[in-house]
Design a protein around this ligand. Structure first.
Ligand SMILES: C[S@@+](CC[C@H](N)C(=O)[O-])C[C@H]1O[C@@H](n2cnc3c(N)ncnc32)[C@H](O)[C@@H]1O
Length: 186
């Protein structure tokens, strides 16, 4: 297991690699906006109206080409092969149909395009934390915008993409929450 560099430093490192036309799915209230390289053209999807309102306001004072679309990642309103990189941070735990989202990400990526992600994931099978994640999932789905902490995202990403460069981390602290971060290539 690789040493946990911290959520923000990890995000900063991943986001700094983005170039060209970038799509962020589930951008929320725009936590990643200040980290974006100024040169990229950034399109954000956010289905939640309240979060989208905050995001749209934040974009107005941000520099660079930035726009916000009201859409879910299961049906991305962009042409096929039009995007250089898709970004997702703490989103795949909440989407309704993970396989549909991964298929849509592949559809919009240009040949040679990349999917860059940082996500919390299920703990190892048989662990106490995994059992707890499964127990609380019905509650977090309701109170935390659809979040299912027991989703095993790494195998799904590895099955969907030809090449995946993925690192497993465990965040320090009482819960020792497992994360994955990396890049998947078409
Ligand atoms: C935990 S928040 C993370 C927000 C942001 N990515 C961040 O790192 O701060 C999860 C976000 O995913 C969005 N979301 C949920 N289901 C989605 C879907 N099917 N497609 C796209 N975004 C979705 C939620 O509205 C919410 O803004």
């Amino acid at each position: 297991m690789t040493t946990w560099p911290g959520y923000q430093p990890l995000k900063r490192t991943l986001i700094a690699t983005l170039t060209g036309q970038v799509l962020e799915i589930g951008a929320g209230k725009g936590a990643n906006l200040p980290l974006l390289p100024p040169s990229i053209t950034w399109t954000a999807l956010e289905p939640n109206p309240r979060a989208r309102r905050t995001l749209t306001n934040a974009v107005q004072s941000a520099s660079g080409e930035r726009r916000v679309l009201a859409a879910r990642a299961e049906a991305i309103p962009l042409p096929s092969a039009s995007i250089d990189a898709v970004l997702s941070t703490a989103v795949l735990c909440s989407v309704d149909d993970l396989n549909a989202v991964l298929a849509e990400i592949q559809r919009v990526l240009r040949p040679g395009g990349r999917f860059v992600f940082l996500e919390h994931v299920a703990a190892p099978p048989g662990s106490a934390l995994r059992r707890m994640q499964r127990m609380i999932a019905p509650i977090t789905r309701v109170v935390d915008r659809g979040c299912d902490p027991s989703r095993d995202l790494a195998p799904a990403i590895e099955a969907a993409f030809a090449t995946v460069d993925l690192t497993h981390y465990t965040a320090p602290g009482l819960l020792k929450i497992p994360f994955i971060a990396g890049t998947a290539y078409l």
